[in-house]
Ligand binder design. Structure first.
Ligand code: FAD
Ligand code: NAD
Length: 460
């Protein structure tokens, strides 16, 4: 289908093979559309599989194992100090975890008849795409789905180097630096900060706002902040790094009022930027804003009738599962189905220890909107399951409409919160009442009971 210099017209070309792109391509193929995915790396998986969700979660699993083993001392089991070998660790992450999933995606593409082409894609106009790489080619299409994702945001005046890493470099674990400076106390800073701390680095976090995970309900962040205070060497809030200066032995960071400190490496984790530079959008009717973000409607349509966009390139929240859902919507709309991205509860999970998860309306957002809500909380100190795990530091909270009793949002902090939030997302998406959660029998002893208990507290 895609061979030689000029290609016959395909029904759909998808630019970018990440979770948004491959979901769109697979759904297009299922709906009978001839589909080509163009990815710069000529493989499916995108940032999520190779430099995001999956490698970071593999490393966080390692951190969790180290932490669990250290906690076992409390009940009389001492495994002794861990001996960490980085080569087998990297090999496990890259080959056994990422490699396995990568091969799986390639075989799904093959079985669905989706062609994966390699090279950087640039729009020539609203009907054709020039693809560079080993075999440059032009692909003409009826519809295109832009799923080019995002790239790490840079700090102005701070070039990436061997010592000043972005998340992609940090995930390779080039070494375990004695002293690591993490700039940004958001998702990546905290997840990878915890990984490096578990491996033995003294981690300093610098966050420019007055709290970790800005925007997230403070009572959900508090248990995580307490854990981070123990785990990290220092957390500097309300602080920006003035300048970074590389010296022979490390990197000197100007921490403003906190003085100048020397670190062995730095991780810059200050957000991500939509990837539209060099895509040739100017040759089409679709446009990106100054942050590279392409505006789409609920059907994932851009301003160009032939072009759709899904995933990180369409802005926040930059999450893989949102990209995937949008990808399926775009495919269905192209196939003429009445599909729309109308999810009200896209769950967010920070996979730290403890995990923080939320979906739907947050208490902070309700306050910002001046919206009256009822908040029900169940602290895990009263959970039998949490006690058996030696982890009573969690909290489950429900945000409920005071008139109707409808669940508007759910927030959870504690180990396993990322799994538990699925029940909250289903409940909010299905417009269940808090009473429905209270009346649903939850198995005992489980952490899921905390959702039922929180709901029951509204009826006492
Ligand atoms: P991407 O996955 O970014 O894929 C885009 C693809 O397009 C890339 O392969 C790129 O090479 C290709 N491309 C770009 N431009 C072109 C072009 N012009 N021509 C050809 N190819 C092109 N999200 C979660 O939901 N859960 C997590 O646990 C999580 N953890 C993360 C951890 C880290 C360290 C990072 C960095 C991100 C994490 N994310 C997580 C975010 C998640 O990775 C993204 O939301 C997701 O990958 C977005 O998918 P996408 O399909 O929009 O784009
Ligand atoms: P983020 O937006 O989560 O956090 C960036 C943090 O850096 C913010 O707290 C911000 O206030 C701070 N900051 C910005 N500029 C700063 C400066 N100059 N000095 C100090 N602090 C500064 O971004 P991220 O952590 O880079 O992650 C990028 C995105 O990737 C996330 O927003 C999320 O969409 C996605 N992601 C998701 C997961 C997950 O789902 N578990 C994990 C990692 C990344």
């Amino acid at each position: 289908m895609v061979m030689g210099d000029l290609v016959n017209e395909v029904d759909v070309v998808v630019i970018g093979g990440g979770p948004g792109g491959y979901a769109a391509a697979f759904r297009c193929a299922e709906l009978g559309l001839e589909t080509v995915v163009v990815d710069a790396g000529k493989r499916l998986g995108g940032a999520c599989l190779y430099e995001g969700c999956i490698p970071s979660k593999a490393l966080l699993h390692v951190a969790a194992v180290l932490h669990e083993a250290s906690l076992a001392k409390d009940f009389g089991i001492d495994f002794g100090p861990p001996r960490i070998s980085l080569d087998p660790l990297r090999k496990w992450k890259t080959e056994r975890v990422v490699g396995k999933l990568s091969r799986g995606l390639a075989s799904v593409a093959k079985s669905k008849g989706v062609v994966v082409a390699g090279g950087h894609a640039v729009f020539e106009d609203s009907r054709s795409l020039r693809v560079g790489g080993d075999e440059p080619q032009v692909i003409r299409f009826a519809h295109a789905v832009i799923a080019t994702g995002s790239i790490p945001a840079r700090l102005s005046g701070v070039p990436v180097s061997e010592r000043v890493m972005d998340s992609t470099a940090a995930l390779e674990i080039p070494e375990v630096p004695e002293r690591l400076l993490v700039i940004g106390g958001g998702y990546i800073g905290l997840e990878l900060g915890q990984v490096y701390a578990a491996l033995g680095s003294a981690v300093t976090i610098v966050e420019m706002t007055d709290g970790l995970l800005p925007g997230v309900d403070r009572d959900l962040v508090q248990p995580l902040a307490r854990r981070c205070e123990k785990l990290f060497a220092a957390i500097h809030l309300d602080t920006r790094v003035g300048a970074l200066r590389e010296t022979a032995g490390g990197v000197e960071a100007d921490l403003g009022a906190k003085g100048t400190e020397r670190f062995d490496r730095v991780l810059v984790a200050v957000g991500r930027r939509a990837a539209t530079d060099g895509l040739g959008l100017a040759h089409t009717r679709a446009r990106a804003n100054e942050r590279g973000v392409i505006a789409v409607d609920e059907r994932c349509r851009t301003a160009d009738p032939r072009l759709y966009a899904v995933g990180d390139v369409t802005g926040e929240p930059m999450l893989a599962h949102r990209a995937t859902r949008q990808g399926k919507v775009a495919a269905e709309v192209i196939a003429g189905r009445p599909s729309a991205f109308d999810s009200v509860a896209v769950p967010a999970v920070v996979f730290t220890d403890p995990e923080v998860a939320w979906c739907g309306l947050t208490e902070a957002q309700a306050q910002r909107d001046g919206r009256a809500v009822k908040v029900a909380k169940f602290p895990w100190a009263a959970s039998g399951r949490a006690a058996t795990l030696g982890r009573s530091d969690g909290l489950t909270k429900l945000i409920v409409d005071p008139e109707s009793g409808r669940l508007l949002g759910v927030g959870i902090v504690g180990p396993g919160a990322g799994e538990l939030i699925a029940e909250g997302a289903l409940a909010v998406e299905a417009a269940l009442l808090a009473e429905d959660l209270a009346l649903t029998v939850h198995a005992h002893p489980t952490l899921s009971e905390t959702l039922m208990e929180a709901a029951e507290s509204l009826f006492r």
